[in-house]
Design a binder for this molecule. Structure first.
Ligand code: FAD
Length: 143
């Protein structure tokens, strides 16, 4: 805000508009961003957890004049492992559920890092790795 950034909360991009010269396919401006269509959102009714999810306001679309778009998107765990691993418990965000030692619902399978917590940090992923390594060592040593 101090640097003059214009925060537009509850505005959702729906389409990035590009320049196209119908008379000249070799026009060097072809394909460059000219704008972004957005729709205004409002907070809907609270869900079971009390969270009010944004919902689009009908007929509220508008176009922003922009020439550069930088995506800053959230991340979530790749669903491949949960979809292909029988008996692996995951939470509603697809994160693998583990004990405090990193043990999953599968015997002798440990997990840690973003796949457990969702997008976090290198330090926390490394920490989870060390915790799981210790638990794996203890489990193997006990055999
Ligand atoms: C753009 C961006 C910037 C970031 N900047 C920072 C920062 O400045 N500081 C910071 O601390 N953190 C930052 N993070 C977060 C940090 O990168 C993650 O928290 C960290 O990498 C998580 O480590 P991880 O080992 O849990 O997962 P990952 O680093 O994602 O490693 C998971 C690995 O598993 C592999 N994999 C996935 N599915 C399978 C499969 N089915 N079979 C085999 N392999 C598979 C993937 O290819 C990947 O190599 C950033 C993240 C992003 C996206």
């Amino acid at each position: 805000m101090e640097e003059g950034i214009d925060f537009r909360l509850l505005n959702n991009p729906v389409e990035i508009l590009g320049y196209r010269n119908p008379d000249d396919p070799r026009d060097p401006k072809n394909g460059f961003v000219t704008g972004m269509r957005c729709i205004r959102m409002e907070l809907g009714e609270p869900d079971a957890k009390g969270r009010r999810r944004p919902v689009p306001i009908r007929d509220s679309e508008f176009t922003l004049d922009v020439d550069t778009v930088i995506m800053a998107i959230g991340t979530s765990p790749n669903p491949l492992i949960k979809d292909t691993t029988e008996g692996l418990a995951v939470n509603s965000h697809g994160g693998i559920i583990v004990t405090e030692d990193g043990l999953t619902s599968r015997k002798n399978v440990w997990a840690g890092g973003d796949a457990v917590t969702g997008a976090a940090t290198v330090i926390s992923a490394m920490g989870a790795g060390k915790v799981a390594a210790k638990a794996i060592d203890e489990a193997l040593s006990a055999k």
